[in-house]
Design a protein around this ligand. Structure first.
Ligand code: AHR
Length: 660
């Protein structure tokens, strides 16, 4: 009896499996919304040593001796004194190296860099310093060395050269060092070699080979990783650092432009936000400032999206209203916003446009979006945002304004702010969601229900945070990919999306997961990075309706853990279908391109898949290439394509439209 039942069940199941092929129907002829060029982008914040110690290629920490403990990051030896009447008004400190008083003694100093300095064999490094001779007159000589402080060889120096400080007036000096070996934790050491002393200020060391060769430039491998995404939008400089722990420490863009030697130091809130990940030497030099951000955005082809303080210090950290700027005193903050637009777009005859030109970019940066406030909430936010909106609309009606929906993906603050943003006519609303796997699995249809007439969505910070101390593992990336089918399907309402945070130093992180990890020499692109890249490279130009049994494919009950979306790329005449199989089973899938004429077929099929050896696998600095997109050719039969999608896999299928 049991056997009979089994046979019947087997037959039945076999038949139903056959019948249960997941048939995804794409309405190939009826294009939907235009997909914004800004759709998939990047969010940058100086968290996890993303700027100083990361993307910003400066290797010297505390180069201007302005940290509150002025010699933090430095070891001094011999006769060294700290002075405070230097040539740069906002950075007045410098060091005086004087004769140690005995021919066998030495004076000098040594910088530890950011977790050391990554130095590569055969690469050139530009040392620069503002200096003058001091003391007895005449020229001073210093010896500049790159050293391996833990060296077991007979010599600590990896490279070294003498520099003559030939004047008693402040001047900039430079020399180039070339290392004989690769060393991830080198340091910079300077000896005074002459009886005549030397005053040294703004002691700097950059690789010569920066991103696009810029002086005061960016680490090439990290900037290249950004460019390789082909992002549509670039949001900067944060994140919470925009707000500051107090108003004094908010990101003040005006302090981040002009000559780099005179940009003042700012605290970095991530230095102390988490006591269990405490980094007392984490500050913002502003060396990577707004000019550099705009330039980077331009060079990676992304629309710049700066975020400015709305006059509220971090609301998580300040419950007292006296921590914030009173609404009646917002004028200078509003002026900062107007001046920023002038800095980015203004004619070179304007005050701020002229500064941009003096810094090397006479042409405008074409700023079209500006966010006011980061994770703000409550009436205290809306009453401050309102005067910004009025002033920006009056002066620059074409600039689109981005408002906040608070720090959470739903709940009271979110529910309060969305209608307020509508009333204020914000162009876009920034949503943040750092949520667990279960949340992502349930959000495939999130934007299907959004009001089509209100502000557009900027999914400005999101990442799947795996439970059980899993970070950047494949399953998180897969669920982000699944969720993103919902962004894509709703491209009429979602105009921008940026994963967050972007960068993390393996020794200096405060927050994880992150999209790109790095140490002093190398970087690793996570599975989440590749998801972002696959979407950005295959974003298409127009949405197409894709359904299974007449329903959007959102991972809903009965959809076998599948999430899917489809677009047309009019430029390449290509249909692109994205499918995430979040289930643990292989799923038979049939794509039917409905509406094509009889003589129209699909050619040039390509399949790109992202999968892992297991849902918990991740790319690491040691094994950076475990998870990578794999591309292969596939072919459709007429207007249909059948395949089997492996468990836990994200796939992108592309077919060119052609005549038979
Ligand atoms: O991305 C890290 C932080 O998360 C951002 O600074 C903030 O906006 C959010 O809370």
């Amino acid at each position: 009896m049991k056997k009979k039942l089994f046979v019947v069940l087997f037959l039945f199941t076999g038949m139903s499996l056959e019948a249960q092929i997941n048939e995804l129907v794409i309405r190939a002829k009826k294009t939907g919304a235009e997909i914004q060029p800004t759709m998939y982008g990047l969010f940058f914040e100086d968290i996890n040593y993303a700027a100083d110690g990361g993307l910003y290629a400066e290797l010297v920490k505390n180069r201007s001796f302005e940290f509150p403990q002025n010699l933090m990051g430095w070891k001094t030896f011999g006769n060294v004194t700290l002075k405070d009447d230097g040539p740069f008004g906002r950075n007045p400190h410098y060091v005086r190296l004087s004769d140690p008083g005995h021919e066998h003694k030495r004076t000098g100093l040594q910088n530890e860099g950011f977790f050391g300095m990554g130095i590569k064999k055969g690469e050139k490094y530009r040392f620069s310093v503002w200096a003058r001779s001091s003391g007895r007159g005449g020229a001073a000589t210093i010896l500049v060395e790159l050293i391996d402080p833990k060296s077991r060889n007979d010599r600590q120096a990896l490279a070294g050269k003498e520099l003559i400080v030939d004047a008693g007036e402040w001047k900039k000096y430079e020399l180039i060092l070339e290392s004989e070996t690769t060393e991830p934790k080198a340091e910079l050491r300077i000896f005074l070699k002459s009886k005549t002393g030397a005053d040294l200020e703004h002691i700097s060391l950059f690789p010569v080979d920066t991103w696009n060769g810029h002086a005061n430039g960016l680490r090439k491998d990290l900037a290249q990783a950004l460019a390789d995404i082909r992002p549509g939008v670039f949001r900067f400089p944060g994140g919470c650092i925009v707000e500051g722990t107090d108003l004094e420490t908010r990101y003040d863009w005006k302090k981040s432009v002009g000559p780099v030697e005179n940009r003042p130091l700012n605290e970095n809130r991530w230095h102390y936000t988490f006591q269990h990940r405490y980094f007392p030497d984490y500050y913002q030099s502003y060396g990577l400032g707004f000019y550099e951000y705009f330039l980077l955005a331009e060079e990676i082809g992304a629309a710049p999206l700066p975020v400015l303080s709305c006059g509220l210090a971090c609301q998580f950290q300040n419950s007292d209203s006296s921590a914030h700027v009173a609404v009646c005193n917002l004028d200078s903050y509003i002026q900062d916003a107007l001046d920023l637009i002038e800095f980015a777009n203004g004619d070179i005859s304007t005050e701020w446009g002229r500064l941009r030109a003096e810094m090397g970019h006479p042409a405008p940066f074409n700023l079209r979006f500006l966010a006011i406030g980061n994770e703000q909430w409550g009436p205290e936010y809306t009453e401050r945002l309102a005067p910004f909106v009025t002033a920006i609309r009056n002066a620059y009606p074409d600039v689109k304004i981005v408002g906040s929906s608070g720090p959470n993906s739903e709940g009271a603050q979110f529910d309060y702010l969305w209608p307020e943003m509508k009333k204020l006519k914000a162009d876009l609303v920034d949503e943040h969601f750092y949520r667990p796997e279960e949340w992502f699995l349930k959000q495939g249809a999130r934007y299907d229900r959004y009001d089509r007439k209100g502000p557009k969505v900027f999914a400005g910070e999101y990442a799947c945070h795996g439970r059980g101390k899993k970070w950047n593992h494949f399953n998180a990336a897969l669920l982000e990919a699944a969720f993103m089918t919902g962004l894509e399907r709703n491209a009429d309402v979602v105009h921008m999306a940026t994963y967050a945070p972007l960068f993390a130093h393996v020794e200096g992180w405060q927050w994880r997961p992150d999209m790109i990890w790095f140490d002093n020499l190398d970087c690793v692109r996570t599975a989440s990075y590749y998801v972002q890249q696959l979407y950005a490279h295959n974003k298409g130009t127009h949405t197409l309706t894709l359904t299974m049994n007449g329903q959007n494919v959102t991972g809903a009950e009965g959809q076998n853990g599948l999430f899917a979306s489809a677009v047309l790329d009019r430029n390449s005449n290509c249909y692109i279908v994205k499918i995430a199989n979040t289930s643990g089973k292989t799923q038979p899938v049939k794509l039917t391109f409905a509406g094509l004429k009889k003589n129209e077929s699909l050619s040039g099929g390509t399949r790109i898949i992202l999968k892992a050896a297991g849902p918990e696998q991740e790319n690491t600095i040691e094994s950076p290439n475990l998870i990578k997109p794999e591309e292969s050719a596939v072919s459709a039969e007429g207007q249909q394509f059948e395949t089997e999608l492996e468990p836990h896999t994200f796939a992108v299928y592309k077919f060119t439209k052609g005549a038979k």
